[in-house]
Write a protein that binds this ligand. Sequence first.
Ligand code: PFF
Length: 445
Amino acid sequence: MKLARFSRLGFILAAAGSAVGLGNIWKFPYITGEYGGGAFVIVYLITVLLIGFSIMIAEMLIGYLGRRDTVSSFEELAPKHKNIWKFGGFQALAGLFIMIFYSVVIGWIFNYIVTSLTYLPASVKESQAVFTTMLHADFWTQLFYNTLSFGIITYVVHKGIKGGIEKLNFYLMPALMVILAGMFLYATTLGGFSKAVHFMFYPDFSKLTSQAFVVAVGHAFFTLSLGMGAIMTYAASLPKDANLVKSAFWVVFLDTTIAIVAGLMLFTFLYQYGSAPSQGPGLVFISLPAAFYQMGVLGNIFAVLFFVALAFAGLTSSVSLVEPMIQYFIDRFSWSRLKSSLAMGLFFWFLGIFAILSNIDGAKEYLTWGSKSFFDWVDYLTAAVMLPIGGLIMAVFVGFIIPESEVEKVMKPQLKWAYKPWYFSLRYITPLAMFVVMLSLMGVI
Ligand code: PFF
């Protein structure tokens, strides 16, 4: 089946839309807080440049050469061993699994948009109570908003690459950037800004644990949407004359800039209005609303705008998480786009119910294994295991399986002198790094 084509700008916006997500605005600030600030940021930036950028190009290349859904692209590019390599394409399943909790978190964000219009908690303690009540006791609100998020995402993807995904990103990405830029500029006028800069850029290497390295690599994958075929699927719809290196550069640049701008802005508000930076996953849901409360009515406006931006970031990532499997069923089983979109949507919506229940008092006891709830397991298994394995497969596939002449033909004119170092790093450095990260995340080393 022939894919509709992105425009060149459309592709960059959609790939950046995929990359810029809850990972940038929700996760990056709190892990920076947890792992000590500046030194962690430096390790993360180096990882993004050395490993993230080169895998991003490799993933784009597979899609660009394969031109089909992830499974078919792997088969097409490894004709001799297609029965083995096609499993590489099933990494697309990771996207559906991520959606199980991602959609629930987007639901929380919708809820916060609505409540922040009229209410903000007066203290961190009150804020904590509001959040935990929602999380542990309010099943119906979470289900309602998760259903809303399922509805929006399914509607957009059923409209297709051009009419749905490209259009969504075309409006939401600029809107997201304008909101963040406005709030960031305001933050620079506050006294807390210099403290935030110091926290994020002053490296205190004594705080850097080996765990921080691993978290930085894992997060580089998650935030750049690598290792599960999202970027690959989008690249299958690239125009023939597209420049992969330039596109990858823009995606990495936008993703990194937005993470840093969001981090600086958040920490400024937290320093200015009195919460500590290391607050864990509740940072934006607990500490931030309490900080906004101190600003009076302006705080309500800021809170709503902030959660709207966060919802936009989450939605543009969500469509890229489901699209690879949607494409797979359309391509391989001749399903209509509507049927495929609905089926994938219902999959994550239905399992999302269990993700919600796994935090609800009275039900969570049945949905917790070891020290982790179902919600936490899905998060952990996708980010810690599936994405690094996906990245490893892609590096090996481009480094060893696709004939070098084919790789060279496309990449050498684009990468020029950097071609050889890129190819070397893909073959040896990246696989080794990914392997170590995986073992370490799984607790083996
Ligand atoms: N990059 C997204 C984020 O930072 O929130 C999450 C994500 C999207 C991960 C798409 C993987 C993916 F394929």
